[in-house]
Each structure stands twice: as structure tokens, then as C-alpha cells.
Design a protein around this ligand. Structure first.
Ligand SMILES: Cc1cc2nc3c(=O)[nH]c(=O)nc-3n(C[C@H](O)[C@H](O)[C@H](O)COP(=O)(O)OP(=O)(O)OC[C@H]3O[C@@H](n4cnc5c(N)ncnc54)[C@H](O)[C@@H]3O)c2cc1C
Ligand code: SF4
Ligand code: SF4
Length: 429
């Protein structure tokens, strides 16, 4: 792992490490901020236009990146953004250390192997804390294996664009979470790149690495030995230990009520882009029923998937159950919590039974993904109303109101931009 300790730039490509972590400057103080890296660049004022938490314009960027904004008449684009196709997928040979089967890092390996890009910008684990992400520039396919797996926390991915420019790289790929990809797309045109591929993952419920360690301490009496954690689509959290043990805990058995109310920062409670709508391809799991879930959004996304050839096994995603009841229950719980009331608690004896039932009768496949997107949208509005009401007008895109209208959540006039008041976005559906 020593290859990823911060290293100063060198002039000769031959002595550059293949997984290079250039030293970063300090972040500038900002309000809502996940330290995507823009504030650490020379032109830090770009935060004003590039930030997802200030005044995002999704329709404009969707049009720029994919050639069209989401078409709400097409099934599922209201939920997941513009796409050409969605697939349930897995690598035929899952890669060790990957979060799922490793499709994300394999795409990046193929881009480097084929010479389609000169560098990939992504995250590697900190040598002193494997849960902490460290932004790295990878220039050889064999370097990507160090980057597999999910880490919890924020790290300034886009600060890497300056060393990339200094090295003269013109064809790059970026693997990023939605708040990083939004800012990247805003400044893309000024980067002078010949080719940019963006592989996005969905993202939700991120928090600082320090806070994540507290969570590990709550769910296990040997948190130091946990090397893997995932919130699976079958309503279980999977934990893997260094000695090979695997444990699955039903969501309902998690000690969430023991977490402090600010455990998840307001940024991640109010983030409006769960599925990374500005990536060329989104690689997640929510709609995959135990496999990975790919959202191929444009021609570049198709090229990226094609690079995998028959290494990837694909099938159509399924969709079962009904999300309406669980999402309504979620809304009631968030409303109670936002009103300062304790979360409705379930008797301990009932929890394992409901935990057993949910994977069997709850929403599954694409219906599960739709449910999660609606839950996230509900959280955004309720938490902003409570903690940052003045930001709603600027931060909440019109499509988000349409997602939550079926649950009776509609915008107040002061929560809309003047142009939206006349079109009444919440009134649809
Ligand atoms: C904080 C977080 C929350 C997520 N929540 C969801 C979710 O709710 N639903 C869902 O479907 N998917 C979610 N994902 C994505 C999911 O965990 C998998 O990463 C994704 O499905 C790809 O799996 P893979 O096996 O192809 O990835 P791998 O091949 O293992 O590659 C994972 C890639 O993610 C990068 N990465 C790891 N940690 C971070 C980080 N903190 N910030 C930025 N990049 C990182 C790695 O550098 C690597 O390039 C989340 C990811 C993160 C980082
Ligand atoms: S998230 Fe990025 S763009 Fe937004 S304030 Fe922070 S550094 Fe700036
Ligand atoms: S939940 Fe949203 S704001 Fe938080 S890290 Fe993920 S993409 Fe960024």
C-alpha cells in the first residue's frame, strides 16, 4: 500500500507510481460541502457554479451530457434519470476485494489496457485506515486492484484534475459518486480534455470516516476486524471479517436509534441525485436483486460496457412487490423524527420476524430501487424544511417534487423558483 502515500509530482512519467496520490492543499471553508475537491483547486470560486448543494441545474446538464434531459414519459426515467437500458449484471469471475463483483474497477482496467485512457481518477484505501478514501491517479491497469471496494467518507477527487492537467493527460476516466460527478460535469468543458469517461456509483447515507468507525463499534464487538460492509437489497447488512466470517444483520436489528441525529451530515440527508444521473454508466446494486445493476445512459456508457465483452453476464432486471406502503411508513417515521418525536419503535421480539418477512414480501428489484429513490427524495425535503428551508427553492429540482407528490408532499410557493410556480411541479401524477 505504500504506493499510495502522498507523493509529489515528478517530471518523468517513467518514475511516476502507477497509483499516485498527489498531495492536496487544504479545503476552503464552505457551507454544505462534501469536499469534492473544487475548493482545493486554484479557481476555488467555481464552487459557486459547480456545487450540487447551491443551485444545481439537472435538466441543463442532462441535456449537455446525454443529449436530452430525463423524459418522464419513459418508464423509470423520473426515478433514475436518462438512460438507454438497465441491466442486472455480474462479472463471470468476481474480483477479490471488490464491493460486488468488481464491474466498476474492471471497466477502468479495460480502459487502461486498451489505451483508451491515459489515467483513471478514483479512490484507494488510506494505508493507515482502509475505510478512509484517498484520491488517486491510476495509470496502469494493474493499479486498479488496489482501488476495489467501498470506503466510507469524503475525499477531494476533483483536486486531482490539476495534477492531471500538469502531466498533460488528455484522455481520462473518472470513477465518482454523484456529488463529485455533478461538479465534474459543470467544469468539464474548461478542462480541455480529448476524452472523458465517467463511471458513477449510486450513493446514499455517506458520512465521515470517523463517524463510520462509531457505527462499526455499535454493530460489532470486534470492529477493527471488519473489512467489508454493504447494505444489501434483501434488507440485510452484510459484514465480512478478516478471518473470513460473514454475518448478515436484518436492517431492523441495526441499532440506528443509538446513532446521534447528526450521524449523517445534512449534505447526505439532502442529496438529490441518488443514482448518479450524469455518469455515462451507473454501476450500483439496488435494482439488481443480489447482482449488480447497471444504468447505461449514453453512447459512451455503451462503449464502456462493451469493453467487458463476455466477461460480464447480463439479464433483464426484475421488479416485484409494491413500494407504496413501505415508503409511506418511511415518510411517517421521518416526519416524527423531524418533529423531534422519537422514532416509532418496534418491540424487539417482532423485529426478527419482520426482518425475515421484508425480503420475501417487500419491494424487490427495480421496485426496491424506486422505493429507495422516493425515500431519499422525502428525506431531502423534510430535512431541508427543518434545517435549511431557504435552500429548498434553489436545491430541489422540479422532478423531485413529482416523485414525492403521491405521498402528499407538495411544495409551498416559497419553495419554488418563480418559473416553477406557474407550472406547479408537485401537481403531477
Ligand atoms: C458511500 C457509498 C454509498 C453507496 N451507496 C449505494 C447505494 O445506496 N445503492 C447502490 O446501489 N450503490 C451504492 N454504492 C455503490 C456500491 O457500493 C458499489 O460501489 C457499486 O455497486 C460498484 O460495485 P463494484 O463491485 O463494481 O465496485 P468495485 O469494482 O469494488 O469498485 C468500487 C469503486 O468505488 C470507489 N469508491 C470506494 N469508496 C468510495 C468513496 N467513498 N467515494 C468515492 N468513490 C469510492 C473505488 O475507488 C472503486 O473505484 C455506494 C458507494 C459508496 C462509495
Ligand atoms: S462539494 Fe465541492 S463544489 Fe460543493 S462546496 Fe464543497 S468543494 Fe465546493
Ligand atoms: S450521499 Fe450524496 S452528498 Fe453524500 S457523499 Fe453521497 S453523493 Fe455525496
Amino acid at each position: 500500500m505504500s504506493a499510495i502515500a502522498p507523493q509529489a509530482a515528478t517530471t518523468s512519467p517513467s518514475v511516476q507510481p502507477i497509483v499516485w496520490a498527489p498531495p492536496a492543499t487544504a479545503p476552503k471553508p464552505r457551507g454544505l460541502c462534501t469536499d469534492c475537491g473544487i475548493s482545493r483547486t486554484a479557481d476555488d470560486k467555481r464552487c459557486g457554479i459547480a456545487c450540487q448543494f447551491i443551485a444545481p441545474d439537472y435538466p441543463k446538464l442532462e441535456e449537455k451530457v446525454h443529449g436530452r434531459a430525463r423524459d418522464e414519459a419513459r418508464p423509470d426515467e423520473l426515478f433514475f434519470g436518462p438512460f438507454r437500458r438497465m441491466v442486472r449484471a455480474a462479472l463471470a469471475s468476481p474480483r477479490p476485494g471488490a464491493q460486488w463483483t468488481g464491474i466498476t474497477t474492471r471497466i477502468a482496467e479495460r480502459l487502461l489496457e486498451t489505451g483508451a485512457v491515459e489515467a483513471v481518477l478514483t479512490m484507494a484505501p488510506d494505508p493507515n485506515d482502509a475505510w478512509r478514501p484517498v484520491p488517486v491517479i491510476v495509470t496502469k491497469a494493474e493499479g486498479m486492484q488496489q482501488c476495489r471496494g467501498m470506503r466510507m467518507g469524503y475525499a477531494p477527487l476533483l483536486a486531482l484534475l490539476e495534477p492531471v492537467a500538469a502531466r498533460g493527460y488528455k484522455r481520462i476516466a473518472v470513477i465518482g459518486i454523484p456529488c463529485q460527478v455533478y461538479a465534474l460535469r459543470v467544469i468539464e468543458a474548461e478542462l480541455g480534455l480529448e476524452q472523458l469517461y465517467v463511471v458513477g456509483t449510486p450513493c446514499s447515507d455517506n458520512t465521515t470516516t470517523e463517524r463510520f468507525h462509531q457505527f462499526l463499534e455499535l454493530i460489532s464487538d470486534e470492529p477493527q476486524n471488519i473489512i467489508y460492509l454493504e447494505f444489501r437489497a434483501d434488507y440485510h447488512v452484510e459484514i465480512r471479517y478478516t478471518d473470513g466470517r460473514i454475518k448478515a444483520i436484518p436492517f431492523l436489528m441495526l441499532p440506528l436509534s443509538r446513532l446521534p441525529s447528526d450521524f449523517f451530515p445534512l449534505t447526505c440527508r439532502t442529496c438529490v441525485d441518488y443514482t448518479n444521473v450524469l455518469a455515462d454508466v451507473t454501476v450500483g446494486y439496488m435494482g439488481g436483486e443480489g447482482r449488480q445493476w447497471l444504468i447505461v445512459r449514453n453512447a459512451r456508457g455503451e462503449q464502456l460496457l462493451k469493453l467487458l465483452g463476455d466477461e460480464v453476464v447480463m439479464q433483464a432486471p426484475g421488479s416485484r412487490g409494491s413500494r407504496f406502503g413501505p415508503v409511506k411508513g418511511f415518510l411517517a417515521n421521518v416526519e416524527r423524527a423531524a418533529g423531534g418525536l422519537p422514532l416509532r419503535s418496534m418491540p424487539n421480539w417482532l423485529r426478527p420476524i419482520v426482518g425475515w418477512l421484508m425480503p420475501r414480501v417487500g419491494p424487490r428489484g427495480l421496485e426496491f430501487a424506486r422505493a429507495r429513490v422516493e425515500m431519499k427524495a422525502i428525506e431531502t425535503v423534510l430535512h431541508l424544511r427543518r434545517e435549511h428551508a431557504a435552500k429548498i427553492k434553489h436545491m430541489v429540482p422540479a422532478h423531485l417534487w413529482r416523485l414525492i407528490a403521491p405521498y402528499g408532499l407538495t411544495p409551498q410557493p416559497e419553495e419554488l423558483k418563480p418559473a416553477e410556480v406557474s407550472t406547479k411541479p408537485g401537481a403531477l401524477s
